[in-house]
Design a protein around this ligand. Structure first.
Ligand SMILES: Cc1ncc(COP(=O)(O)O)c(C=O)c1O
Length: 481
């Protein structure tokens, strides 16, 4: 039989070169060498993270000069590219894993989670259909099951991994809308700004987004909610969903979930909980108490890239009504007809707006297997305790500081005695520019405050003290100029 008659479309495996070539021609040994170099660069940087600036922001023109240039037409030096990437691009960012990065929400990613992320990228995993990803899909189902169990959610809870809180909340809202039909969603003025944006993107009209004033503790008031629902019914509108927050970005405050869940049950409304920041605290005993009622949510968003030590990005949408995710998102076009749908087989592309999607579960699975749930609980407990320690330090210096909101789920807000917004902002800026630490300001009811978010288990008492001392010194210094 001649070669031309050979029906096999592929070359004889014995004839294949020992090392298959890279798609675009990088040598395998070179890939191995560069890969080891990348691991060394990442570990070396992580080991030195306490010495680098907590945040560094570059000048736009300078960064463009150093990272840009004409389109590279010919091959270049990958070592030089990696070094430039580390020294210029990756040096100019917030280091959310720095022990003194207290701004917004830190991102203290753990080593084993980073390894899981790298494996998915290295194996070029796509977790869209069962047929194309039965292994990774099983990892996602297992990771979601472990997560639901750690959070104390009811059996039968289903979920999908997404890019973050914004997409987690958007997915929950889309499911609520598909299950319940159109109507009014209730939020507060402390709800994260991405949530009303999600609702607008989904087509909720202005009068279907009811932003209620928060109470004196920056939580949703059950009384205000009840009044708004009856006002809307009287005006002919159709209440549909309550959006509670479990761990507000500003203060860590938790809306009164049991009361809100009772209202939802009696009024026939969907309960969505935005736990993007705070829900991971429910894996600890003290957090579970603060988050009582979380298990009564119909849908819940949370972000393991915030407080479960995962690298960006990783958000989750969990839904306690079986089948609701697929009822909202499943698609059956002719070109996906050969996708399998047997018992226990999940096409994750049918659970959100993402069809092609990488396997974000690998990092969560890998880190739970490596560290164990008990280690996660301890690390979250440390973050809760750290804010309480900061609060105690602030209260011990009443001539310098006023505690504006107490430590709640790893966040404390405070003000310098006699300091206004400009003074707070200048002190926070000076601290960030010094490289020692990064804190941000926010505003509560029009009042400027400084805010610490302390969820990095590597933060020490010395880090807290050093940060507060430097802020106090900056506030005491006469304004420049
Ligand atoms: C309470 C809350 N909800 C939603 C979000 C949005 O999450 P992401 O930035 O992951 O999209 C955040 C972000 O900080 C948050 O704190």
């Amino acid at each position: 039989m001649s070669d031309q008659d050979d029906p096999r479309p592929f070359p004889d495996p014995a004839q294949l070169p020992e090392v298959p070539p890279d798609t675009l021609g990088l040598d395998a040994e070179e890939m191995r060498r560069l890969g080891h170099k990348v691991v060394d660069m990442v570990v070396d940087r992580a080991m030195a993270r306490g010495q680098e600036p907590a945040i560094r922001t570059g000048d736009a023109a300078d960064l463009r000069d150093r990272l840009g240039g004409p389109l590279p037409e010919a091959p270049g030096d990958p070592d030089a590219a990696l070094e430039l990437m580390a020294e210029v691009a990756l040096a100019h960012q917030q280091h959310g894993d720095h022990p003194r990065y207290f701004a917004r929400v830190p991102g203290p990613a753990a080593f084993a989670a980073i390894l899981g992320e790298w494996m998915g990228t290295g194996f070029n995993t796509i977790c869209a259909s069962w047929g194309g990803a039965s292994g990774p899909a099983t990892v996602e189902l297992v990771a979601l099951g472990w997560l639901s169990e750690m959070l104390g959610l009811p059996a039968g809870t289903e979920g999908v991994l997404l890019s973050g809180g914004s997409m987690g909340n958007l997915t929950g809202f889309a499911v609520a809308r598909a299950e319940m039909g159109p109507g009014v969603a209730y939020l507060t003025d402390q709800t994260h700004a991405s949530l009303p944006r999600n609702l607008r993107a989904l087509g909720f009209a202005g009068d279907e987004i009811a932003r209620l004033p928060a109470d004196a503790r920056w939580r949703m008031s059950a009384e205000t909610l009840r009044a708004a629902i009856s006002r809307d019914r009287a005006a002919g509108r159709r209440p549909m969903m309550v959006v509670a927050t479990a761990g507000a970005t500003n203060t860590g405050a938790v809306d009164p979930l049991p009361e809100i869940a009772d209202i939802c049950a009696s009024e026939g409304l969907w309960l969505h909980v935005d736990g993007a920041y705070g829900a991971p605290a429910a894996i600890t005993e003290e957090g579970r108490a603060a988050l009582a009622g979380l298990d009564r949510a119909d849908s819940l968003a949370l972000d393991p890239h915030k407080w479960l030590f995962q690298p960006y990005d990783l958000g989750v949408c969990l839904v306690t009504r079986p089948g609701a995710l697929e009822r909202s998102f499943a698609i059956h076009p002719e070109y996906l007809r050969d996708v399998r749908e047997g018992a226990g087989e999940v096409n994750f592309g049918d659970r959100s707006l993402e069809l092609s999607r990488r396997s974000r579960a690998l990092k969560l699975w890998m880190s739970l297997r490596t560290y164990g749930a008990a280690r996660f609980r301890q690390a979250v407990r440390d973050g809760i305790a750290c804010a309480e320690t900061a609060e105690a330090m602030l209260r011990a210096a009443p001539e310098t500081w006023e505690v504006v909101t107490p430590a709640q789920l790893g966040i404390v807000c405070f003000a310098g005695r006699g300091a206004d917004a400009a003074a707070h902002e200048a002190a926070a800026r000076a601290l960030a520019e010094s490289g020692y630490a990064c804190v941000t300001t926010t505003s509560l009811g029009g009042r400027s405050v400084l805010r610490l978010c302390t969820i990095n288990p590597l933060t020490t008492e010395d880090d807290l003290r050093g940060t507060l001392d430097r802020l106090a010194a900056a506030l005491a210094a006469p304004p420049a100029g």
